[in-house]
Design a protein. Structure first.
Length: 84
C-alpha cells in the first residue's frame, strides 16, 4: 500500500473512483498525474512519462495548455515531472 493510501485513504478512494468514472465515459479525456507542485516557470525541463518528486506550476500550466489542440494523450493518464 502506498504512503498516500495510508495517509489519505478516503481522498485516494475518491480520486480512484473519479478516474474510473472518467475512463469509462465516451468523452475524450486526459488525466494528468502530478507530483508535489512548487512555484516556478516553464523553463523547458519537463519530463513526460516520469514519476519525479516535483513539478513547477509553470510546467503544469504549459503542459495542460499544450494538450488542448493535441490528441497525443487523449484517453491516457501521463505522469509529468520536472526533468532532473
Amino acid at each position: 500500500m502506498t504512503l498516500f493510501k495510508v495517509i489519505a485513504r478516503s481522498s485516494y478512494e475518491d480520486i480512484k473512483a473519479t478516474g474510473e468514472l472518467i475512463a469509462g465515459s465516451d468523452l475524450d479525456w486526459t488525466l494528468v498525474r502530478i507530483p508535489f507542485l512548487k512555484d516556478g516557470p516553464a523553463d523547458g525541463g519537463l519530463a513526460v512519462g516520469s514519476y519525479g518528486m516535483k513539478l513547477s506550476r509553470g510546467h503544469l500550466a504549459k503542459f495542460r495548455f499544450d494538450q488542448v489542440p493535441s490528441r497525443e494523450f487523449v484517453r491516457a493518464a501521463p505522469g509529468i515531472a520536472d526533468h532532473l
